[in-house]
Ligand binder design. Structure first.
Ligand code: CA
Length: 350
C-alpha cells in the first residue's frame, strides 16, 4: 500500500471515529418525583437505563429528581423551555395552564387502567395527547399507570354527604373540584408534609394512591377509615418531551426512546399492581384496625352529578376538552361492557 493510500485510510478512520463521538447524545430528564417515590421514580430511571442499554451507551439520559432541581411542579415549563429535553410527571398537574391537559391523566368515574391504555394506543387517545401539547412544542407519551387509586384516609367515618361538609381534605386534580362542590374544603399539600398535616389536624382527610404506597406514609396511624376509590380509576403519568430535541434525534434513537418509555410505563403498572397486592395483604394481617369502607350510594350519586356539572362547564369553555371527554366516554361505554363481561363476571363466577 502506498503512503498516500495509508494516509487516506487513516484519515477516513479518524473521520469515522469523530463522527461516532459526535453521534453521542446526552439528555437530561427532570421528574416531579423525589428519590424515594418508588415505583414512579423507578420508571423515570428505567427509561434512562433502557435507552443506554439499547443504544450501546451512545444515548444517555441523566435523571434529576425533584430533590435535585427543587421544582416538582416546574417540569412543564422546564421541558418547554429546553432546560431539560424531557420530564416525567403527570398532565393533570397542568390543568391551571390548560384544561385540555387534565383528562389525559384520569377522570373521576372514568376508565380503568387497561381501558385507558387501550384508548391511548388504539382508541385515539395518543392523537388527543399530541393535539393538546402541540402548541407548547411538547410531545407527551404514556408514563406508567397507578391502577385504581383508593379514595383516601379519613379520621371519622363518612356516612352521609352531610358528614363531608366542612371537612378539610387534600385531594388534587379534577376530583378536588368535584368534592368541593359537596362542601369539602380542598387543600393541596406537598407529599412530604402530608402525614404531619393529618396528624396535627391541619387536614381531616387525604387521598394518596393505594395500599402499596400509602402504608409506608403511616396515614393509617392517625386516620383509620380507608375508603375505596371513585376519583382516579387509572391515573397515567406522562413522559413529556421537548419536540425540537426529539426531532434532532436520528431515527434509531427516536425508536429507542419510544420503546424505552413504553417498557418503563408497562413495568411501572405491573410494579404498582404488585405493591398494592402486597400492601393490601400486609394491611389485613398487620394493621387490623384499619376500617375499609365504600362511600354510600347517596354520596356517590352526588359526586357523579358534581362531576357531570363540571365536565359540562369545561366542555363549554373548550371544544377540545369536549372532544376528548366524548371520545373517552364513547370508548368507555364499549370497553366497560367487555370488562364486565370478561373480568367481573369471571371473578363473580357467573
Ligand atoms: Ca391520588
Amino acid at each position: 500500500m502506498s503512503i498516500g493510500k495509508k494516509i487516506i485510510l487513516l484519515s477516513l478512520a479518524v473521520t469515522t471515529v469523530s463522527v461516532m463521538a459526535g453521534d453521542k447524545v446526552k439528555w437530561k430528564m427532570a421528574t416531579t418525583w423525589g428519590d424515594g417515590l418508588v415505583p414512579i421514580i423507578t420508571a423515570s430511571k428505567n427509561v434512562a437505563k433502557y435507552v443506554e442499554q439499547m443504544s450501546d451507551g451512545k444515548f444517555t439520559i441523566r435523571v434529576d429528581s425533584s430533590n435535585k432541581h427543587k421544582a416538582p411542579m416546574g417540569i412543564f415549563d422546564m421541558v418547554k423551555g429546553g432546560q431539560y429535553q424531557m420530564g416525567h410527571t403527570t398532565s393533570y398537574f397542568w390543568k391551571g395552564k390548560d384544561i385540555n391537559l387534565m383528562p389525559l391523566t384520569t377522570m373521576p368515574f372514568g376508565m380503568t387502567a387497561p381501558e385507558r391504555m387501550a384508548w391511548v394506543e388504539f382508541g385515539g387517545g395518543q392523537e388527543f395527547a399530541d393535539r393538546a401539547h402541540a402548541k407548547y412544542g411538547l410531545l407527551s407519551f404514556s408514563g406508567g399507570n397507578t391502577g385504581n387509586q383508593m379514595g383516601g384516609w379519613f379520621k371519622k367515618e363518612i356516612k352521609s354527604a352531610e358528614d363531608l361538609k366542612g371537612l378539610r381534605m387534600r385531594i388534587p386534580g379534577f376530583a378536588g373540584e368535584v368534592i368541593s362542590k359537596l362542601g369539602v374544603a380542598v387543600t393541596n399539600i406537598p407529599p412530604g408534609e402530608l402525614y404531619t398535616s393529618l396528624d396535627r389536624g391541619t387536614i381531616d382527610a387525604l387521598e394518596w394512591i393505594g395500599p402499596g404506597m400509602d402504608i409506608a406514609m403511616g396515614f393509617h396511624k392517625v386516620a383509620p377509615y380507608y375508603y375505596t376509590g371513585w376519583h382516579e380509576p387509572g391515573a397515567e403519568a406522562q413522559f413529556l418531551v421537548n419536540k425540537k430535541a426529539f426531532e434532532k434525534l436520528n431515527d434509531t434513537n427516536k425508536a429507542i426512546l419510544k420503546n424505552a418509555m413504553k417498557l418503563a410505563a408497562y413495568n411501572m403498572y405491573l410494579e404498582f399492581y404488585h405493591m398494592n397486592s402486597e400492601g393490601w395483604a400486609k394491611m389485613k394481617s398487620e394493621y387490623p384496625h384499619i376500617k375499609v369502607r365504600t362511600f354510600s350510594k347517596e354520596i356517590m350519586d352526588k359526586l357523579r352529578a358534581a362531576n357531570d356539572e363540571l365536565v359540562e362547564k369545561y366542555s363549554k369553555q373548550s371544544p377540545l376538552f369536549k372532544e376528548i371527554i366524548e371520545s373517552q366516554r364513547a370508548y368507555m361505554k364499549k370497553s366497560r361492557e367487555w370488562t364486565i363481561m370478561s373480568d367481573l363476571d369471571y371473578i363473580q363466577g357467573k
